[in-house]
Design a protein around this ligand. Structure first.
Ligand SMILES: [Zn+2]
Length: 163
C-alpha cells in the first residue's frame, strides 16, 4: 500500500481584490479591470513527530499575510517586455505602445513576473510562501500546490515538486 498525506488550507482571508491588465497573443492588451481572487494552498509530505504534514495555523497565517499584501492593490508586471514601467516620482507610469496609465506607487504591487495572469500570480504566491518558510526555518514540503480563482469556476493551479 502506498500512502501519502496532504494538508489543504482554503480560508476567507485568502480572498483578495486587485486590479490588473494583461497582454496576450502578442498584440493585445486588456483594459484595466479587477478580480476578487480566491486562493487555496496544499502541501504534501511525510508526517513529522507530531503526526503533522505541516502546522495548519502556521500555513494559514503565513499565506494570509502574503495574500493581504495584494489586497486592494494594482498588480503590475515587473518583467514584461510589452508593458513598461517608468518611475514617475510618486507614481508608476505603465505604458503599452501609445497607451499609458499612472498609479500611485503605494497602491501598486510590482510583481517579478512577465504578465499578471492568474497562472503567474499563483506561481508567485507559491514561491513567496516557500521563501517565507525558509526565512522562518520551516521545513520545505515535498510538494506545494497553489490554486487561484480569478472568476467563478476559473482556477489556475501551480504545483512544484520539491522532494
Ligand atoms: Zn483579469
Amino acid at each position: 500500500m502506498r500512502e501519502s498525506y496532504q494538508v489543504r488550507v482554503e480560508k476567507d482571508t485568502f480572498v483578495f481584490s486587485a486590479g490588473h491588465f494583461i497582454t496576450y497573443d502578442g498584440e493585445h492588451c486588456e483594459r484595466l479591470h479587477g478580480h476578487n481572487y480566491r486562493a487555496a494552498v496544499e502541501v504534501d509530505g511525510p508526517l513529522d513527530e507530531n503526526a503533522y504534514v505541516f502546522d495548519f495555523i502556521a500555513l494559514r497565517d503565513i499565506f494570509a499575510a502574503i495574500v493581504a499584501e495584494l489586497d486592494h492593490r494594482m498588480l503590475l508586471p515587473g518583467q514584461s517586455d510589452k508593458i513598461h514601467l517608468h518611475d514617475d516620482g510618486e507614481n508608476w507610469k505603465a505604458t503599452y505602445r501609445q497607451r499609458y496609465w499612472s498609479f500611485p506607487k503605494d497602491e501598486c504591487v510590482v510583481l517579478p513576473i512577465s504578465n499578471t495572469t492568474t497562472e503567474l500570480i499563483a506561481r508567485w504566491l507559491g514561491l513567496e510562501l516557500l521563501g517565507r518558510f525558509d526565512r522562518k526555518g520551516l521545513k520545505r514540503p515535498e510538494r506545494i500546490t497553489v490554486h487561484l480563482e480569478e472568476n467563478f469556476g476559473q482556477w489556475a493551479v501551480w504545483r512544484a515538486e520539491l522532494a
